[in-house]
Write a new protein. Structure first.
Length: 107
């Protein structure tokens, strides 16, 4: 994406490469505002607007990712319960077979 910098994400952090600051008579001394052509300012605002419009989409994507993770954890828990149930059943069958073998050997 070839967007210009925004307030939150400036084009550069290097002070030497930033737009020059000028002071105005309507502003108190010490406050400086960057002078940008209106087209650049409009593009920066447009970029922020685009980012703002994409926030709900990002939130929905994060929500769906979390729901997917929860569903996967639930499936894993169900598989674990089933595996334990099958293990107990196999242990009971093994014990029954051992008893049957012992009874056959004793008679």
């Amino acid at each position: 994406m070839n967007a210009l910098g925004t307030i939150d994400r400036p084009l550069t952090h290097d002070p030497q490469k930033q737009a020059p600051m000028t002071s105005s008579t309507s502003e108190p001394a010490g406050s400086a505002t960057p002078v940008f052509p209106s087209s650049i300012a409009h593009l920066a605002r447009q970029n922020r607007t685009r980012e703002m419009q994409l926030i709900p989409e990002a939130l929905a994507r994060a929500h769906m990712h979390e729901r997917h993770r929860e569903a996967e954890a639930e499936r894993q828990a169900v598989r674990l319960v089933a595996a334990r149930r099958m293990q107990r059943r196999a242990e009971r069958v093994s014990l029954r077979a051992r008893r049957a073998l012992a009874m056959a050997v004793m008679h």
